[in-house]
Design a protein. Structure first.
Length: 221
């Protein structure tokens, strides 16, 4: 990636984050631009994402992932089915006090994540679990588990509930509110949920973030 291309990505990322009300240090913006460059580089051989253009990756991946930042709880995070690191890598860069595990069972994607962790200087704070998310059972539970386009909510809870810390939460990035109504209705007892609409810069597609926590299920949610 040329310096000019990297500067363009930095500008797009900074502008997009500012429009979301997220303040990021210059070194964080640079790290996010480098991360996009790494995805684009590996994408040529390994097809990490269907989005090919780095500029589109900023809007459709980085800023979309960043929308979950206000809903993180605590300092221990698991990103379930991380893929190319979305949203986990983006959130780890934006929340530097967070210890993050990126769980990914596809070998080529897990290898990319390990490479990106090293390249971005995140070793020691961000680790990769190269396996299925339900097999990730740390000594201490996770305060937040994130997931983006992985599975329906009830299935996600089945996988991640044993690894949640007391008071922990699932933060699931979803599409239109209407598309998750059936998932909300299928949540097992003992869980409560709320849905937060997301407006992304320069994108018309409706998005939402679903927060699921232990507690009585809210009527109609």
């Amino acid at each position: 990636m040329s310096r000019a291309d990297r500067r363009q990505l930095q500008g797009d990322i900074e502008t997009g984050l500012n429009r979301q009300g997220i303040s990021a240090a210059p070194e964080t913006v640079d790290a996010l631009a480098r991360y996009v460059g790494l995805i684009a580089e590996w994408n040529r051989a390994y097809n990490l994402t269907a989005v090919r253009d780095p500029g589109d990756m900023v809007h459709r991946h980085v800023l979309d992932s960043a929308a979950a930042l206000p809903y993180l709880r605590g300092t221990r995070m698991l990103d379930a089915g991380s893929g190319a690191g979305l949203p986990g890598m983006v959130l780890a860069l934006l929340a530097p006090a967070t210890q993050c595990v990126l769980a990914e069972s596809t070998g080529k994607k897990a290898r990319f994540l390990e490479h990106a962790v090293r390249e971005l200087g995140l070793s020691g704070r961000v680790s990769v679990h190269a396996g299925r998310v339900e097999s990730c059972r740390p000594d201490r539970g996770f305060d937040t588990v994130t997931a983006r386009a992985l599975a329906e909510l009830a299935q996600l809870l089945e996988w991640i509930a044993p690894g949640l810390a007391p008071g922990g939460r699932l933060v699931a990035l979803k599409g239109q509110r209407a598309t998750v109504e059936a998932e909300l209705a299928a949540l097992p007892g003992g869980w409560r949920s709320r849905v937060n609409p997301v407006t992304l810069p320069d994108q018309e597609a409706e998005r939402c973030i679903v927060i699921v926590e232990r507690g009585a299920q809210e009527p109609g949610r």
